[in-house]
Design a protein around this ligand. Sequence first.
Ligand code: IPE
Length: 244
Amino acid sequence: MTTILKLGGSVITEKDVPETVDSEALAAAAGAIGTADVEDLVVVHGGGSFGHHHAEAHAVTATQGSQDATGIYAIHDAMGRLDDHVIEALQGAGVPAVPVHPFSVASRNADGETTLPTDTIERLRAEGFVPVLFGDVVVQAGAGATILSGDEIVVLLARSLAADRIGLCSGVPGVLDESGAVIDRIADFSAVAGALGGSEATDVTGGMAGKVRALLDVGTPASIFGPGDLSAFLAGENPGTLIE
Ligand code: IPE
C-alpha cells in the first residue's frame, strides 16, 4: 500500500511572513506521521512563505521561466531551507525521512510536460526510507527554469509509483460547496464545477478547480483535508473530501 502525502505550504509555514515555519503545526504533522502505521509513504511539501515569496520576487511561475541562475537558485535554496526543517521535524518524530530535491532530477519539455524519474525514490523506499520531495524549480526547454508545484509532483508520483492513496493536507478542511460546507465525495468534475468556479478554470498549480481535475484524472483515490484530520487519513479513513 503506497501512500503519497502532501503537506501544504499553508499548513507548515506562516504564509504571510516570509520564510517563517509554523513550528507547532509542522511538529504536529510530523508527530501524526511518526505515530501512524503507514507501510510505504512518500511525503511532498509545498512552499508557503518560503517558495512563493522568492518566486514572485524573481517573476517565475509555472509557465513563466527565468534563465537567471541567481534567481532560480534563490527559489530552490529557500525551498531547501524549508525542507531542512521538514526533514528535521520528521526525523525528530521517528520518521526515516530523507530529502529528494526535484530540481536535481525533474525536467520539463517546451510544452510544459514534466518528467520526474523515480528510480532513486523507489530504491529509497525499498531500503526503508521515506523520501521527501517539495515544490521546486524545474529546468524547462526554451524557458530556463519554471515552478514545479508540490501538487504536480503528487500527480506525477501517483502515476509512476502506482500509488494506492493520495492525501493533501491543506489549510482548508476539504473542497467546499457554495455554502462553505465540505463536499464529502467528488467523482465527476461537472457536479462541482459551479462551486469551484466553473470548468473553464485553468489554474493547475494553486486553484482548487485545477487540483480537483488533476486528481480526478489520476484515478488514485485522493483526500483533501485539514491538519486536524491527518491522523485519521493515515489510519485509513477518508476525512474531508474524497476525490475518486
Ligand atoms: C510551491 O509549491 C513551490 C514554489 C513556489 C517553489 P506548492 O505550490 O505546492 O506550494 P503550496 O503548498 O501551494 O504552498
